[in-house]
Write a protein that binds this ligand. Structure first.
Ligand code: GDP
Ligand code: MG
Length: 330
């Protein structure tokens, strides 16, 4: 597969780990929280690039994905996670569901900082359960992992005074190192949140070259952008058991500059799901393809040609091997 780089600013002049200045800070930051609080939106906002797909539908994120924020003197490696739900999720195949919960638990192993994402003015049993897990997490040397709370969606609270009692209660629930009200969609207070993260990272050399934005390859990112549009376009109609696989990515020299040719397969479980995904006269597939292509062009910084196919594979989400091949667990 051709590998168009997904890089951020400052991608050239790579700083080798051994050249890191003294006092450089680097570490893993797990984004945890109940479905739909905005973890993936926050990851994208912190990095200024859409790496992790988002939608109003819970359980949009199926995969663990890392986003790397490198700045002068620090590197924060954010880990977005799926699966913060009860192990017996509705409508998901057994293997897929198990993989998502395992990914969530694994995300808390060996991180340097936990960013608990909550929704302003809301506290549920699931938030409580996740906080318990977060407090039990142990870092590299068996020490408790420092916790920071990001109180998201504050744009939905017009009267900010109403936040004060909520923040106060939150501060009594656990010894947070910091509590930062943010809006991932509006970008409010993200600098403050980044500053707190930076302050709490352990000293150490960078683990990724400074220009690298993620640990995932372009094929994975391309497939996810297709799945995102499917989830957004079809909402409740979308069969949960749909998966997208990028079969090939090829770079070509087009007349108008570099062109990336992407072929992706949409896997559904039943013949009867095919017309849902294709739509009347192909309308759904066409719209999904157009939007996903535009997102890919933005992410890869070049023109994209996208070919989409729909195929049926019965029982894929119960098939451990296929679930693994689709990158849901690694
Ligand atoms: P996740 O399941 O925690 O990863 O949540 P997502 O990032 O997929 O977001 C779930 C929904 O919340 C999406 O519809 C987002 O657009 C929305 N959302 C995320 N952050 C904010 C925010 O700061 N304000 C508002 N109003 N909506 C948000
Ligand atoms: Mg998510």
């Amino acid at each position: 597969m051709a590998e168009p780089p997904v890089t951020g600013p400052g991608g050239d002049g790579a700083l080798l780990p051994e050249q890191a200045p003294p006092g450089f800070r680097c570490g893993f930051v797990a984004l945890v929280g109940r479905p739909n609080v905005g973890k993936s939106t926050l990851l994208n906002a912190l990095l200024g690039r859409k790496l992790s797909i988002t939608s109003p539908k819970p359980q949009t994120t199926r995969h663990r994905i890392r986003g790397v924020d490198t700045g002068p003197g620090h590197q924060a490696i954010y880990v977005d996670t799926p699966g913060w739900h009860r192990p017996r999720g509705r409508g998901l195949g057994r293997a897929l569901n198990r993989a998502m919960v395992r990914a969530a638990q694994a995300a808390l192993g060996d991180v340097d900082l936990i960013l608990l994402v909550v929704e302003a003015l809301r506290w549920t049993e699931l938030d409580e359960g996740i906080l318990v897990l977060a407090r039990e997490a142990r870092g590299p040397e068996g020490r408790p992992v420092p916790l920071v709370a990001a109180v998201n969606k504050v744009d939905r609270v017009p009267d900010k005074r109403r936040l004060l009692p909520y923040l106060d209660e939150l501060s009594r629930r656990a010894p947070f190192e910091a509590i930062v009200p943010v809006s991932a969609t509006r970008g409010t207070h993200l600098d403050r949140l980044k500053e707190e993260v930076r302050r709490l990272l352990p000293e150490g050399p960078p683990l990724f070259p400074p220009g690298q934005l993620t640990d995932r390859d372009p094929g994975f990112l391309a497939a996810e952008l297709v799945r995102e549009q499917l989830m957004r376009r079809l909402g409740e109609e979308l069969p949960y058991r749909v998966a997208v696989e990028a079969e090939s990515l090829r770079e070509e020299e087009g007349r108008e500059g570099p062109l990336l040719r992407v072929r992706a397969v949409i896997w559904v479980e039943r013949e009867s799901h095919k017309p849902i995904v294709i739509g009347k006269g192909g309308a759904v597939l066409k719209e999904v393809g157009q939007r996903a292509r535009l997102e890919m062009e933005r992410l890869f910084g070049r023109r994209v040609h996208l070919g989409l196919w729909v195929r049926v594979r019965e029982g894929w989400s119960d098939d451990e091997r296929l679930v693994r091949r689709l990158g849901i667990e690694d």
